[in-house]
Design a protein around this ligand. Structure first.
Ligand SMILES: *Cc1c(COP(=O)(O)O)cnc(C)c1O
Ligand code: SF4
Length: 455
């Protein structure tokens, strides 16, 4: 594989790390202190204010003007121009919490892993892969009622609403989540009890359904009453054995767990009801980089652990953010340290406007090799790819064929969609010059895909 200008060689084939002992304990060093005061707008913000979710929500930045008011001259004007142009070409609207803004290294914003995930820069964007589609996982096709995706036999995804405390560039659900952008008019899924009742009626009518993921949007944006209403309605169905509340909140606004007692108490009551009725109620969250786990996170997790609330993590693999063995090892160790259980690492989905974040399948396989053995097997995440076209999640190693020259991998999914083949495409930037050229030619594209499918 030829390293290209867009792929830093360090992210393509890093040397196997020989980890010195002091580095091997870095997972325990959680950032503490009033580091947020380095941000001009937060120079006088006390720990009590910064730790209050209402303050965090009030100060959340949703446009370039607010970002400029917050950061002032710690970044050059050219950064704001690059960002404004990046947002114009992006599928997601801008939304970032003060908690995250304060964790960015503003001396090196271009390479910062948190900046990269939330603030798109035009200078770093790449053209979309020619095979890319909106709703690449076909969630809308597998929806018996709006906001409910039933693809697997015994589990379903319930989307009660479509907003989040922050908007992530890599979001799979950019077809629905977030405000409209110049590029995309979204499917609207507002919190609406009438629509939820349709979803509950469907779930109750399907005896094989046992497991419901309450996603979104983000469960953080459900009111305390609604957290409890949804939890109780699901747990009273005799077929339901497991529910999970999905929220990125712990990674983007852990202060809510510490200061929104009504919300945490509502969640706790659902978990306790589940325990009494022998049903499993857990939280699924979403950390992508070790810098996202700081003192606030540990405090928030301590509170959940004391209440017997189990938290699992799903990570999205992203180029330059977490695609080196050292970063992924540190992430897994640090998650385990704060009692978050690493569950999955996903290859980045084929969504528009974020080609610069995607990695090859080979990268995911190499990272898995470096992560396995670092800590307990039960804290070792599975590396999966959620196949385009609705084949579901597949172990990255379980492809039928993978041609590293064309960057095409073929998967099957006998338990979900028997008899069909599903494709994964490495980013064009990971290919050599000849194959990059082939992807520019429609007839060559067809030939490469036909060859991969064995046609
Ligand atoms: C990921 C997903 C689930 C849950 O799958 P697990 O592998 O059990 O975490 C359920 N439904 C849909 C549509 C999904 O994409
Ligand atoms: S929090 Fe989750 S659903 Fe919301 S924008 Fe981020 S990835 Fe998408």
């Amino acid at each position: 594989m030829t390293p290209t200008s867009t792929l830093d060689p360090a992210h393509v084939d890093p040397p196997a790390p020989a980890t010195p002992l002091e580095e091997s304990l870095a997972h325990r060093d959680l950032r503490e202190g009033d580091y947020w005061r380095a941000i001009p707008a937060y120079a006088d913000t006390t720990a009590a204010e910064f730790g209050d979710h209402r303050w965090q929500q009030r100060q959340t930045v949703t446009n370039v003007r607010q970002l400029r008011d917050t950061l002032g001259a710690i970044v050059p004007e050219s950064f704001y121009e690059d960002l404004a142009a990046g947002i114009d070409a992006a599928p997601m609207a801008l939304r970032i919490s003060p908690h995250l803004l304060a964790l960015v290294d503003w001396h090196e914003p271009l390479g910062d892993p948190i900046r990269t995930q939330f603030l798109p820069l035009h200078s770093q964007q790449e053209p979309n892969h020619p095979m890319l589609q909106f709703d690449s996982l076909h969630e809308q096709e597998d929806s018996p009622v709006p906001g409910l995706t039933h693809r697997y036999r015994d589990k379903a995804l319930f989307l009660p609403q479509d907003s989040c405390p922050v908007y992530c560039r890599f979001c799979t659900r950019s077809y629905a989540v977030g405000n409209d952008t110049p590029e995309v008019e979204k499917l609207k899924l507002t919190a609406n009890i009438g629509r939820w009742e349709q979803a509950f009626a469907y779930i109750a009518s399907q005896p094989q359904l046992e497991d419901i993921v309450i996603s979104g949007g983000d469960s953080y944006n459900l009111k305390a009453d609604h957290i409890e209403l949804i939890g109780r309605r699901l747990l009273e169905m005799p077929n339901i054995r497991r529910i999970r509340y999905a929220t990125k909140g712990l990674a983007v606004l852990p202060q809510k767990i510490l200061s929104d007692d009504a919300w945490v108490d509502a969640l706790t009551r659902v978990v306790e009801l589940g325990r009494q009725q022998h049903q499993d109620v857990v939280v699924h969250t979403h950390f992508n980089h070790p810098n996202e786990i700081v003192g606030w996170t540990a405090q928030a997790m301590d509170r959940l652990v004391e209440r017997g609330i189990h938290v699992r993590n799903q990570t999205v693999l992203q180029r330059t953010v977490n695609d080196t063995p050292a970063t992924m090892q540190l992430l897994v160790k640090r998650l385990s340290h704060v009692n978050v259980h690493p569950y999955y690492v996903y290859t980045h989905d084929m969504v528009p406007g974020v080609e610069d974040l995607r990695t090859s399948l080979a990268t995911a396989m190499r990272l898995e090799k470096h992560v396995r053995g670092v800590t307990a097997g039960f804290n070792t995440p599975q590396f999966v790819t959620d196949t385009m076209g609705g084949g579901g999640k597949r172990d990255v190693h379980s492809f039928e064929r993978y041609d590293r020259a064309t960057g095409i991998a073929v998967f099957t999914s006998p338990a979900v969609k028997p008899g069909r083949q599903f494709l994964y495409f490495d980013p064009i930037a990971a290919l050599d010059e000849q194959h990059r050229w082939r992807w520019t030619q429609p007839s060559e594209r067809r030939a490469m895909i036909d060859a991969a499918l064995g046609e």
